[in-house]
Design a binder for this molecule. Structure first.
Ligand code: FES
Length: 153
């Protein structure tokens, strides 16, 4: 049996969702929120306990932008780079955030406070440009508003 340092969190997530393999996405979301990301040994233990192949669990964990198999900063910033956000000023917002944080997409600040990732859509295209910080979504951004939000964290 696989066990990780996160076995208690895994047990809690499985219990909350009744060990139902059909609830794999919310189980992984719960664990991602509890741990901060989804380490490989956590995915292996979830796979074993739900009797679902590791490749399937890994596929789900890497498909959704709200899940991550890599450790992120305390504040995980996701920026939409798709056309609907782009045409209403998204490029300027992205440029301002990269400059403000001093990192590029896929990087984490040296103090571990912020990580930055680009995503194709955050599901709220009508209020672009959009960014998500952890599970909070911010829309109608301008470069100034985005910097103000990040500076307050
Ligand atoms: S295109 Fe930006 S949120 Fe959907």
């Amino acid at each position: 049996m696989i066990t990780t340092q996160y076995s208690a969190q895994i047990q809690e997530a499985l219990h909350q969702f009744h060990h139902d393999r059909g609830e794999l996405v919310p189980i992984l979301r719960h664990l991602n929120d509890a741990i901060g990301y989804l380490p490989k040994d956590v995915l292996a233990e979830v796979s074993e306990r739900l009797h679902v192949s590791e490749s399937h669990v890994y596929g789900v964990a890497t498909f959704y932008s709200m899940l991550s198999t890599e450790k992120k900063g305390q504040f995980a910033v996701k920026l939409c780079e798709s056309a609907p956000c782009h045409v209403v000023g998204g490029r300027e917002v992205i440029k301002a955030i990269k400059t403000h944080l001093g990192i590029d997409a896929g990087e984490t600040t040296a103090d571990g406070k912020f990580s930055l990732d680009m995503v194709s859509c955050l599901g709220v295209c009508g209020v672009g440009p959009v960014m998500m910080v952890n599970s909070e979504t911010y829309g109608n951004l301008t470069p100034e508003k985005a910097i103000e939000i990040l500076s307050a964290l």
